[in-house]
Design a protein around this ligand. Structure first.
Ligand SMILES: *[C@@H]1O[C@H](CO)[C@@H](O)[C@H](O)[C@H]1NC(C)=O
Length: 206
């Protein structure tokens, strides 16, 4: 019975000019991403109608620190502490990225779905403090926005069949960080004069 079905299908397949079903060898994941709204486009695909995160998996929250306002320096050779105002304002938004190891980025692409439908698209961090900087030291105010983090592949929907399908999925997963409104930590980052005051690598450990 099963054999009969397979036979019937193979006869049909060769008799009719069925649409040619392409395979992944015909294009790269980068081609697929580039066809998303906001992307540069790809010679392999028409522009996609939409790109969405497919069945994203929650991964641990990610807190990301940025400098708020300009660093202040007590680097003029004086021996007294100075009192300064530190801080400022910054708005951070939902980001969708691919791992650096994939060799291309997806900046500017519009990829819908995921936690952004439940959480905020952006969060504004704003605060100022008075701070005393010791001699030979510099300081910058930092804010760490906590983000809901999700990982998943991207579903790409086309208006016409592309390589035989209306829908393709990327094989590269993306990570989406969505700001959790109000979940922000503040700190003053003090460092030695002559170093990069805005190097926050000690805060943003990978
Ligand atoms: C990629 O995303 C899918 C969901 O679309 C998930 O099931 C899978 O575990 C993810 N793979 C990795 C390596 O994170």
């Amino acid at each position: 019975m099963l054999t009969a079905h397979i036979l019937a299908l193979s006869v049909l397949g060769s008799a009719l000019a069925l649409p040619k079903f392409g395979s992944r060898q015909d294009f790269s994941d980068e081609d697929l991403f580039n066809s998303c709204p906001g992307g540069p486009g790809s010679s392999k695909f028409e522009k996609a109608d939409r790109c969405t995160l497919d069945g994203p998996v929650d991964i641990p929250d990610v807190r990301h620190f940025v400098a708020l306002g300009q660093p202040q320096l007590n680097c003029g050779g004086g021996t007294d502490p100075i009192t300064v105002t530190l801080g400022g304002e910054k708005t951070v938004s939902t980001t969708t990225t691919v791992d650096a190891s994939v060799g291309f980025d997806i900046d500017g692409l519009t990829i819908g779905g995921g936690a952004s439908t439940e959480n905020s698209e952006s969060s504004t961090m704003s605060k100022q403090v008075s701070f005393q900087i010791p001699p030979k030291r510099q300081a910058v105010f930092v804010a760490g926005q906590n983000n809901k983090a999700q990982n998943g592949r991207v579903q790409v929907n086309f208006g016409d069949r592309q390589f035989g399908h209306f829908i393709w999925f990327t094989s590269t997963n993306v990570t989406r960080l969505t700001p959790i409104d109000g979940d922000v930590e503040f700190d003053v980052h003090v460092s030695d004069c002559g170093t990069d005051a805005t190097d926050l690598s000690s805060y943003n450990k990978q």
